[in-house]
Design a protein around this ligand. Structure first.
Ligand SMILES: [Zn+2]
Length: 477
């Protein structure tokens, strides 16, 4: 019996103890979307709390210590409690006003709103994770980037904080399709007019499948995917996209719902954004690494998905490399990213793409085709993703080098990161049998590495979709 008790204690105590050290938040969203009421119960007395956005105090309607019943001293930056602090705090946030000030809501129906969590989530700096439970009425939905731990319950842990988490409330299109063991937590915001939400969901599922054409999985088990309709009259179906990492990973896509769904499938933006999740967040001072990676992979993956043919993928890479080559040639990629130098955007977006292409070719050449960048990314995901912290380019490349037989990434980094100019992609193109005449790329099949080249744009044998998991698509709720 004693042994059983000891085993039980060893098995369950750590989890129980961990649960004890979390701050517990209960969040109630007003059905009219006018306000957010929060009750925060802290694991230890807290003297000061703040929100990540300096404008958050504008929307704070009321805040009090629920044990002593006294109001809090407020400043623009935070709320301070006198004395020993408190273990319990209640506050109310003006959701309607915060939503009105957020231009993302401009085209949305009044039944749903988006608001940055940094405007309503007041918390102590550092310390334990947050256990956040939403108390919503039937039919009301919640979309947040944090890790789901039960119905309406989420855990907010340490995160790189590359952007501000977006939260969505009200009546929007919501679906959680599974793609190769990943549960996409999709929220398609409702605009004032009818939209093809089924078509948009299908497009997101296809985009997630494109990512699995790398190593058979999606890099995050349950990312938040937010689709925000805009009033654009432009020709682009996706007007803007970005990845946000703030307590969880989200992909935010602004769309022009006037464009037909077929055009969304041809658009590279979503595949680019989803590709970012295959690497950890690299500091913005070296953003050429993450942007370049996504530029290379989006083209490779769109070719594998059959949306581009091989010629089109190489043509797009060629055109990008050329734009990068003529962009601020006197600057190095690190320099351009660090100083956000004007006119250097194409250098930032394409130098890393050329570097990752060279790494991919070299890995395939060294191994006689047995290994590629896909395998390295697979191992990277298994060991380190999603990552709770910000990486430097050097840390990332050193890590990638531990996943290959012989260093490759740091030597490339040393060669190109601080060097003016652009990586010599033409030499690699020649070896791959990619000939350029009058800005058109031709594929020469008699080149020595023509087979290696073709394998880059072909689906790796190990990644047959659905083979490793389900690929279900429940109907939109
Ligand atoms: Zn990007």
């Amino acid at each position: 019996m004693l042994i059983i008790i000891i085993i039980w204690t060893l098995c369950f105590l750590p989890a129980y103890a961990a649960a004890e050290t979390m701050h517990e938040y209960t969040v109630r969203i007003d059905p009219e979307l006018a306000s957010i009421d929060v009750e925060a119960r802290f694991s230890e007395p807290v003297r000061r709390i703040s929100a990540r956005d300096r404008n958050a105090s504008r929307y704070l309607l009321d805040a009090s210590d629920c044990e002593a019943g006294r109001s809090l001293n407020r400043s623009q930056w935070g709320m301070t409690l006198s004395g020993r602090g408190t273990r319990c705090l209640r506050y109310r946030v003006d959701l309607r006003r915060a939503a009105q000030d957020d231009r993302r809501n401009a085209q949305l129906s009044k039944t749903n709103v988006l608001v940055s969590a940094s405007l309503w989530l007041w918390r102590p700096r550092g310390g334990p994770d947050l256990d956040i439970r939403f108390d919503v009425e039937d039919g009301e939905r919640v979309s947040v980037p944090w890790q789901p731990v039960g119905t309406g319950r989420y855990r907010l842990s340490e995160s790189p904080g590359s952007g501000r988490a977006v939260t969505a409330f009200g009546d929007f299109y919501s679906a959680e399709p599974e793609v190769a063991d990943t549960r996409l937590r999709i929220a398609i915001m409702k605009p004032r007019r009818e939209i093809d939400s089924d078509g948009l969901e299908g497009w997101l599922v296809e985009t997630a499948r494109n990512i699995t054409l790398s190593y058979g999985r999606f890099p995050n088990p349950s990312p938040q995917v937010l689709v925000i309709p805009t009033n654009s009259w432009g020709i682009s179906p996706v007007t803007f996209g970005r990845v946000l990492r703030d307590g969880g990973e989200s992909i935010e896509l602004f769309v022009n719902t006037r464009r037909p769904i077929a055009e969304f499938r041809e658009d590279w933006t979503a595949t680019h954004e989803f590709s970012h999740l295959m690497l950890p967040y690299v500091t913005i001072r070296q953003r050429w690494v993450s942007e370049g990676f996504a530029q290379y992979y989006q083209n490779v993956l769109l070719a594998r998905a059959g949306i581009y043919d091989a010629q089109k993928a190489w043509q797009k890479l060629y055109e990008g490399f050329e734009r990068g080559r003529v962009s601020r040639p006197e600057l190095s990629p690190n320099n351009a990213s660090r100083n956000r130098a004007s006119g250097s955007l194409m250098k930032i977006y394409w130098s890393g793409a050329a570097m990752f292409m060279k790494a991919d070719v070299e890995l395939r050449r060294r191994s006689g085709g047995a290994k590629s960048l896909d395998n390295v990314l697979d191992d990277m995901q298994r060991c380190c993703l999603p990552s709770p912290r910000v990486w430097t380019a050097e840390e990332l490349f050193r890590k990638l080098d531990t996943l290959v037989d012989e260093p490759l990434f740091m030597p490339l980094y040393r060669r190109y990161a601080d060097a003016p100019g652009f990586p010599d992609y033409r030499k690699t193109f020649d070896e791959l049998g990619l000939t350029v005449r009058r800005d058109t790329v031709y594929l020469n099949d008699s080149a020595e590495l023509a087979g290696l080249r073709d394998s880059i744009t072909e689906v790796p044998v190990s990644t047959v979709i659905g083979a490793s998991g389900t690929d279900k698509r429940p109907a939109l709720r």
